[in-house]
Design a protein. Structure first.
Length: 789
């Protein structure tokens, strides 16, 4: 395999000094595009702050895939056979000044061009940083050039790009700027943006000028323009401090643990080895420090907290003025450049009630409205009223929406392009949801085959809890018209995930559209992998009944063993069904008369697993059903934050936790109140790994109500100290974990009458204890002598 040789020569010199140089020679690794490329000698002169490096490295042509420099807009992956890379990178760091230089060149033969063509990209990046006292100045500058050649000499296409990103922080005042220019984008404004931020959690005001490429959103307003914006937004800033709902920490061995928050003791408790979770911390505005002290050591966990992210009693506002950009004007089918203004303001009236106004105006469209949101224990009520005038036709709309409880906030974006000549279209998008630790990107392309069929290919990539789970899918669709107003559509699809899970499904839909104003459509789908069935009916009734929809779905989950789970009674199981009804009405015959509409929707789900039945929120993804063991009597179980129940067992005796996400390991911590005397709640921290559209059925508690204590000694009668063991019986093969303390004392909860084997695997010891049939509650085992396994 041919190799590409890289020769480097980097030299930094400081002012010469009279002292004799004290040089140190080191062998350092060279990386090209983040990948190991060889070793080079480095000379460090401590007396003169001088660094020099000279050497060479070899990069095999069969190296892993490389990617274009960051400044190139078209991010493309190149295969090894069509890629050559030449790179140079150096770092100079003295006192408070740091300087980095990176130069790279990439050459490829594009597949989309004929043989003999090649494409080159050169990229140079400089990063500098100065930190002194309360001043932090950082600058990133990059320049690049990309060209396309034919016959190795003729340059047929070339482009130059430039980027500069300064950052200045002086005692909490932050000035950020951005300059982008690219000659390959025709008729494009140079991207210039600047913002001033006061680094204060209580007050924040921002200014931006130049190309406002992001949406400035308030209710229904969405504007992208060239101009000036001033805004104060808390919840929409992903770089701001978060709200930690819980803190998880590990204890290596049983010991007394002290938790101190901001200098005040909040808990001192003896904890067993393993993971523990502390919730409902009394955080204060700004920076918090949680100190965990155990075994003579302290761990400090910073917890920044911003009350504004709770969306309670705060004010947000935004105002943008400028010229609509090309891409947004094209979406509106309007002139490319026209003045526009947009803004909104939102006021927190009470901790649970907010109200706001929004408006947008340009030469073609004027829109304004009001919105109020009231959050209660029963859910969220949202009311909205708006009026608009577009193309000379006025209109008005009012809506009322009630959700049983607040769903996880989500953001979705999609890009759609259509070609009328080839009748092909492609879609791409990003879907992100907070509080669930996952980000999903997707893309698909569909190609029409004739007039009644199409073929779709899609790729989906999910980042979940630090892991990447890609899946690939394809589907084919055909449509047949059986009557002038009736058509039948059939779809077959297949999806394969990297975890080995496969999904095969199909759908048959029947549509009836007798006129352009009214019609009824019905569809049904069957997923053969998870045995999920969906059916939907929707229609348009014209003047009096503008839209209605009924969806129902049943999920029948296959049994699957999960031997790594924490308890043997935690298995896949059950089924689920979801029903939804949405009805909307509209009045107004004359297009010149403002129309009105009132929307009302409510969603619920009936879920069942064996004898467990629950009513809760729609389970759009995987779910967990939980109930208490009959031995726990009238105990109440669920997910709790402080004194407030998020989810709990209901009147039917079963609770539901919906929308937990699939294909990722998750820990769920339950709480149990009103536990009868002598009853054992068992393990309340469960690990689940739900598959595609699958569910768990968890039983909390056990009829094993005995509690055993004693002292473990070895063959010589010496106490067995600080040891972890497992107690097993014929009915509990998975076992129950226990520990011995500094005196060899142990305690085990959740035992039944009968013979139990106590094993200490690391010590190589075991013993047998027998619990009498008539024993209840506490059982004193006394001194238990261990024997060799």
């Amino acid at each position: 395999m041919a190799a590409l040789r890289i020769v480097l020569f980097v030299l930094f010199l400081a002012a010469a000094q009279s002292a004799a140089p004290a040089e140190i020679e080191l062998q350092c690794s060279l990386t090209v595009d983040g990948r190991p490329a060889g070793e080079i000698p480095v000379l460090i002169d401590e007396s003169e702050n001088r660094l020099s490096a000279i050497g060479e490295a070899v990069l095999e042509r069969a190296a892993p895939l490389a990617r274009l420099p960051k400044h190139v807009n078209r991010q493309e992956w190149w295969t090894p056979d069509e890629l050559q890379v030449l790179g140079l990178e150096a770092v100079f760091d003295v006192n408070a000044l740091a300087l980095e230089l990176h130069i790279a060149e990439a050459v490829r033969v594009p597949e989309r061009h004929r043989q003999g063509t090649r494409q080159t990209a050169q990229d140079a990046t400089v990063h500098s940083e100065l930190i002194s006292g309360g001043i932090n100045i950082t600058a990133n500058a990059s320049a690049g050039r990309e060209a396309l050649y034919e016959d190795e000499t003729d340059e047929v296409e070339a482009g130059v790009s430039f980027a500069l990103d300064p950052f200045v922080n002086i005692d909490g005042w932050v000035l950020e700027g951005s300059l982008r220019a690219d000659s390959r984008i025709p008729n494009a404004f140079p991207l210039v943006a600047a913002r001033v931020v006061r680094d204060d959690m209580q007050r924040e005001l921002r200014f931006e000028a130049g190309s406002l490429r992001y949406p400035v959103s308030g209710a229904l307003t969405r504007v992208q323009m060239q101009g000036l914006a001033v805004y104060r937004l808390f919840a929409n800033d992903g770089e701001r401090s978060h709200i930690p709902d819980s803190v998880e920490f590990d204890v290596e061995k049983p010991t007394t643990v002290t938790l101190t928050l901001n200098g005040e003791n909040i808990m001192t408790r003896y904890l067993y080895a393993g993971p523990h979770i502390v919730e409902d911390l009394p955080l204060t505005q700004g920076r918090n420090e949680l100190v965990i002290a155990d075994n003579g050591e302290q761990r400090v966990i910073p917890l920044p907290f911003d009350e504004s992210l709770l969306a309670r009693s705060h004010t947000d506002f935004s105002l943008s003025v400028g010229v609509l950009s090309d891409d947004f004007a094209a979406e509106l089918d309007a002139e490319k450049h026209k003045p526009a203004a947009s803004g909104f303001a939102r006021l927190g009236i009470t901790p649970a009630w907010t109200a706001g106004v929004y408006a947008h105006g340009d030469p073609d469209t004027v829109m304004g409205g009001i919105e109020t949101v009231h959050a209660t224990g029963a859910g969220v009520i949202r009311a909205n009223a708006s009026a608009s005038k577009s193309g000379g036709a006025p209109g008005a709309k009012a809506s009322l929406n009630w959700m049983t409880s607040a769903e996880d906030s989500a953001f979705a974006a999609a890009l759609v392009s259509v070609s009328a000549t080839t009748r092909k279209f492609a879609t791409a998008g990003v879907l992100a949801r907070d509080n669930r630790n996952w980000l999903e990107t997707w893309g698909s392309a569909a190609f029409r085959i004739g007039k009644s069929a199409s073929l779709t290919n899609s790729v989906r990539l999910r980042f979940a809890a630090g892991s990447i789970i890609p899946s690939f899918g394809a589907s084919a669709t055909g449509k047949v018209t059986v009557a002038p107003s009736v058509h039948v559509t059939a779809t077959v699809r297949a999806d394969v995930a990297s975890t080995g899970q496969t999904a095969f499904g199909g759908m048959i839909a029947v549509g009836w559209v007798p006129t352009s104003a009214a019609g009824i459509r019905a569809s049904a789908s069957q997923d053969f992998s998870s045995l999920a069935t969906d059916a939907a009916v929707s229609g348009n009734g014209g003047k009096n009944l503008s839209d209605f929809k009924w969806n129902t779905s049943i999920r029948r989950v296959q049994e699957a063993e999960a031997p790594w789970l924490v308890r043997e009674n935690l298995k896949y199981g059950g089924s689920r069904g979801t029903m939804q009804l949405s009805i909307a009405g509209e009045a107004g015959d004359d297009p010149g008369i403002a129309a009105w509409a009132v929307d009302a929707s409510a969603e619920t789900a009936i879920l069942f697993a064996g004898t467990s039945l629950a009513i809760g929120k729609p389970a759009r993804d995987s779910f967990v059903l939980f109930r208490t063991h009959p031995a726990l009597g009238s105990a109440v179980a669920g997910i709790k934050t402080g004194d407030r129940w998020n989810e709990r067992t209901g009147v039917l005796g079963t609770g539901v936790l919906s929308g937990i996400g699939s294909n990722r390991v998750q820990k769920i911590s339950f709480a149990v109140d009103y536990l009868p005397e002598g009853a054992d709640s068992g393990n309340l921290a469960h690990v689940v790994f739900p598959g595609y559209r699958s569910g768990y059925s968890i039983v909390l508690g056990t009829d094993a109500e005995m509690y055993a204590t004693g002292q473990l000694v070895d063959q010589n009668g010496m106490p067995v100290l600080w040891s972890a063991g497992i107690a097993r019986s014929a009915d509990t093969p998975a076992g129950i974990r226990f520990f011995s303390d500094e005196n060899g004392n142990f305690e085990i909860a959740g035992l039944k009458a009968g013979e139990w084997v106590l094993e200490l695997p690391k010590n190589g010891l075991s013993a047998v204890i027998v619990l009498p049939d008539d024993a209840k509650g506490w059982f004193e085992a006394g001194t238990v002598k261990m024997e060799a396994l």
